[in-house]
Design a protein around this ligand. Structure first.
Ligand code: ZN
Ligand code: ZN
Length: 313
């Protein structure tokens, strides 16, 4: 019997569906609108600076804050550091920190199997083979799961996080909406409406696509350094664009490691920042992978019998 996973439509109201579609489609279209505008010379160096500056700051809020700090507890932050990174992450308009973390915990609990909120793969019955059902699967993993997937299971995967007063406060909708608005107000104050276009909506669109690509592309294209029971891949393009997050096979092999780049040449901007903050005593208890563990895991990384170099366990 075929047990392929299909995203179940939720009984959401037309209003909620419309909001979800808007939050997905507007940033989705923004980079294309921006390129068209750029073609018409409607961009200054100040706009480029706003785009890059806001992209780096708010993007690190996702990679260092939402992901490595909150979801994986890869290091222990001071309260100020925790607040700043949660605020920056929220400005990326990817939903409240609590929901983001819970969805990601669920991804690591069921990577590329039944229960994964955003896998591009389908299993065929009990056969350890996978298939991608074309663009539909890709788009489902990329962003359709946000609209049509199940709600984040906070009571199942977020009980510990819910006990954290700062996480609860920062995940309250009024705070989330205020921070997203701040992500538009800051570039507006610097560069007016044009600055808001580049530093606000275009920046959010880019952050969305790069982050979603870790879920979709980095589970399809790239190299595997470690044997893991999923299809995660190391993809250098998204490691550069996503501040180290593209070393996704490394991350699935060692989820709690603060560093996703595990070789000297694996550029990992988020990891460098965590290292620098540790030197400045802004964070402590930074989790790393011992060299002996790395060598032992890498030695067992190939599995010629498996089409993905991975087997389901
Ligand atoms: Zn993954
Ligand atoms: Zn993760």
């Amino acid at each position: 019997m075929e047990t392929s996973r299909t995203a179940r439509p939720k009984a959401r109201s037309a209003f909620v569906l419309a909001i979800l579609w808007l939050t997905v489609l507007v940033p989705l279209a923004a980079p294309f609108v921006a390129i068209a505008l750029l073609w018409g010379h409607w961009a200054t160096w100040r706009d480029v600076g706003l785009l890059v500056g806001m992209y780096v700051a708010c993007g690190l809020g996702i990679t260092v804050g939402y992901h490595r700090m909150l979801t994986h507890r890869a290091f222990k932050p001071t309260p100020v550091v925790k607040f700043v990174f949660l605020a920056l992450g929220t400005m990326s308009a990817m939903g409240p920190a609590l929901r983001w973390a819970v969805t990601h915990i669920q991804h690591h609990a069921h990577p590329d199997e039944e229960g994964d909120p955003h896998s591009p793969w389908d299993w065929l019955g009990d056969r350890p083979q996978m298939r991608v059902t074309g663009w539909k699967s890709f788009l489902r993993a990329h962003f359709l799961w946000i609209v049509y997937g199940d709600e984040a299971q906070i009571t199942r995967y977020g009980q510990e996080l819910q006990k954290d007063p700062m996480v609860r406060f920062m995940s309250a909708w009024p705070v989330v909406i205020a921070l997203i608005a701040a992500g538009f107000a800051i570039p507006y104050l610097v560069g007016g409406l044009q600055g808001m276009l580049w530093g606000g909506i275009v920046r959010i669109g880019l952050t969305h696509h790069i982050t979603w690509s870790i879920n979709s592309i980095c589970h399809i294209y790239g190299r595997r350094m470690f044997e893991t029971p999923d299809c995660s891949r190391n993809n250098w393009v998204f490691a550069l664009l996503g501040f180290g997050e593209g070393w996704h096979n490394n991350h699935h092999a060692f989820p709690r490691s603060a560093f996703h780049g595990l070789r000297w040449w694996q550029v990992d901007l988020s990891g460098y920042l965590i290292w620098a903050m540790a030197r400045l005593r802004l964070v402590s208890e930074v989790w790393t992978v011992p060299q002996t563990t790395l060598a032992a895991r890498a030695a067992g990384s190939s599995n010629p019998r498996s089409p993905m170099g991975a087997e389901r366990r």
